[in-house]
Design a protein around this ligand. Structure first.
Ligand SMILES: [Cu+2]
Length: 126
């Protein structure tokens, strides 16, 4: 019985850890859900959430957030079209018009910039 409880605890902890793509310096857990896509050569849409790691309460970071697509290709790197970001509620951001161009010799990154933190949240091979 005790072993079962421990296994359950371990499993639920790992599920929670998987949901947390990144933990900000403010102890906010970052989550990402694709609503449309991710596609190549068409607009994709996602929702990024920030939750207090302890209370699980949705909370926007104290610094402004910026989402952008970035690609590293051998000797150079480049961005893509600007992403439209809308805060739909405290700690919840809807990103649309995310454009990953296909047929390139590199991997697209979906990135978050918040304060001095610059994080890759997702990768997509083009
Ligand atoms: Cu490229």
């Amino acid at each position: 019985m005790r072993v079962a409880a421990l296994i359950f605890l371990f499993l639920s902890t790992s599920i929670w850890a998987n949901d947390c793509l990144y933990q900000t310096q403010e102890r906010l857990c970052v989550g990402l859900t694709w609503v449309e896509g991710p596609f190549l050569d068409a607009y994709s849409k996602n929702v990024v959430t920030f939750q207090n790691i302890d209370t699980k309460e949705f909370k926007s970071p104290s610094s402004p957030v910026k989402f952008y697509a970035w690609m590293k290709m051998g000797t150079h790197e480049h961005g893509s079209r600007p992403i439209q970001t809308k805060m739909t509620q405290e700690g919840v951001y809807e990103n649309s018009q995310i454009f990953f161009m296909g047929g390139m010799m590199g991997t697209w990154e979906f990135k978050l910039k918040v304060g001095n933190e610059d994080v890759v949240l997702f990768n997509l091979r083009s």
